[in-house]
Design a protein around this ligand. Structure first.
Ligand SMILES: Cc1ncc(COP(=O)(O)O)c(C=O)c1O
Length: 421
């Protein structure tokens, strides 16, 4: 890990590890020095199909040769096809849906280019809808929640450190503690147009919503006339073992923002909304040059076809169960991990007191495993959904070795030694 980032060229707005990658295949990456890594991070819950997936690469290649960009001044059939695939998955009418969806149609889709843009669209839609239904413009969201870095979604992001340097932000945003229905009850009023919430808080350290929370939130929103907006940018597209996290909880939102895994690594975002709400946005109200361009749509279609394919999510759920069992095994061994939280393949390994996630992540990198120190006391794991059983076991084994190296815990006689990197 000798690579140093040059401070001369790029903005210094990222905290980067001194690692650069040259290529990847499936759940494996190779750095510029030829060292191989197992990817348990997936580009932060983005590369759901791993690297070089033939369906995704083939679709992008073919589309690039045919037509790259055309603009929303024209009809884009690829956008409509991608929208149909998305809606079919959301409604649970596709082959790989897994569970009956609580969300009923008709729905509509707006395509943009990133997660934060999807939330911008959600905020603007909620405000436009709120103005059409009285004088509603306030948005309630959760402390610790993360919705993006543009000024609107930042205004809805409940982490002071992200917000404070850029104040004053847009007015009309309020925060409530996550998983606290009493606080939500008190925060909703006749000016509230929407409650924006992640079904599982991702950036806050993979904190699942408590049983009954989303249901209660849906009931309160209904009673008070506010929209319920789910940010599924991190939890969507199969990450949690269902196509969308809301399908685990049996609660349908009025609109849902998507990004990250939506294009399997190609930048794209989307807002899915109930048609009667979507239709308050009229021509000219909102738009983007690149949003829904044919190249990104080819990626969305390829990802959706794969995710909704026969047994794809069943396989991912099995990998997730195996990974959870492996991590729980580490917890039982008392080598520095104290618990596991999360759903499907969006997991956090909770660390025992005194074990710093940054030191552990660094040791994992050395041993050829990519993970993320999402909180000082927790590692986030969000591997590609296509990883194999053997890769799950290898990752757990490396994590065990890294924990032992950091904590000085004794190596059991049966432990496998020697890096496979
Ligand atoms: C829940 C959630 N919302 C929004 C965003 C912002 O997405 P993007 O980085 O694509 O703008 C993220 C990114 O981490 C996220 O996890």
């Amino acid at each position: 890990m000798a690579l140093l980032a040059s401070p001369e060229v790029l903005f210094q707005n990222y905290r980067r590890a001194p690692l650069a990658f040259r290529s990847g295949h499936g759940a494996r990456l190779v750095d510029v020095e030829g060292k191989s890594y197992l990817d348990f991070l997936g580009g932060i819950a983005t590369n759901v199909l791993g690297q070089g997936h033939p369906a995704l690469v083939g679709a992008i290649k073919a589309q690039a040769e045919r037509l790259l960009h055309i603009s929303n001044l024209f009809t884009i059939p690829e956008q409509e096809e991608a929208g149909r695939w998305l809606i079919q998955g959301v409604l649970g009418t596709g082959a790989g849906g897994g569970v009956e969806s609580p969300w009923q149609g008709p729905l509509r889709v707006f395509f943009c280019n990133s997660g934060t843009e999807a939330n911008e669209a959600a905020i603007k839609l909620a405000r436009r809808w709120g103005r059409a239904h009285g004088d509603r413009y306030e948005i309630v969201s959760t402390l610790g929640g993360f919705h993006g870095r543009t000024l609107g979604s930042l205004a809805a992001t409940g982490t002071e450190a992200y917000r404070q340097p850029f104040e004053p932000l847009a007015p009309g945003f309020h925060f409530v503690p996550y998983n606290d229905l009493t606080a939500l009850d008190a925060a909703l009023n006749e000016r509230t147009c929407a409650f924006l919430v992640e079904p599982i808080q991702g950036e806050n350290g993979v904190i699942p919503s408590a049983p009954g929370y989303l249901e209660g939130a849906a009931r309160l929103c209904r009673e008070r006339g506010a929209l319920l907006l789910f940010d599924e940018i991190q939890t969507g597209c199969g990450r949690t073992g269902q196509l969308y996290a809301f399908q685990h909880y049996g609660v349908a939102p009025d609109a849902m923002s998507l990004g990250k895994a939506l294009g399997g690594g190609v930048p794209v975002g989307a807002l899915v909304a109930r048609a009667e709400i979507a239709d308050v946005l009229r021509p000219g109200d909102h738009g983007t040059t690149f949003g829904g361009n044919p190249l990104a749509m080819a990626a969305v279609i390829a990802v959706q076809k794969t995710l909704q394919g026969e047994s794809f999510l069943d396989d991912a759920r099995q990998r997730a169960a195996r990974l959870r069992t492996g991590l729980e095994g580490l917890v039982a061994q008392r080598v520095g991990a104290s618990g596991v939280r999360g759903v499907g393949l969006l997991l956090a390994l909770e660390l025992a007191e005194g074990v710093a996630s940054s030191a552990l992540a660094e040791r994992c990198f050395e041993l050829g495993l990519l993970v993320n120190a999402v909180r000082p006391d927790a590692l986030r794991l969000a591997p590609p959904l296509i990883l194999s059983d053997a890769e799950v076991d290898e990752g757990v084994e490396i994590l065990g070795r890294a924990l032992r190296a950091v904590t000085g815990a004794p190596v059991p006689a049966t432990a496998v030694t020697g890096s496979k990197a």
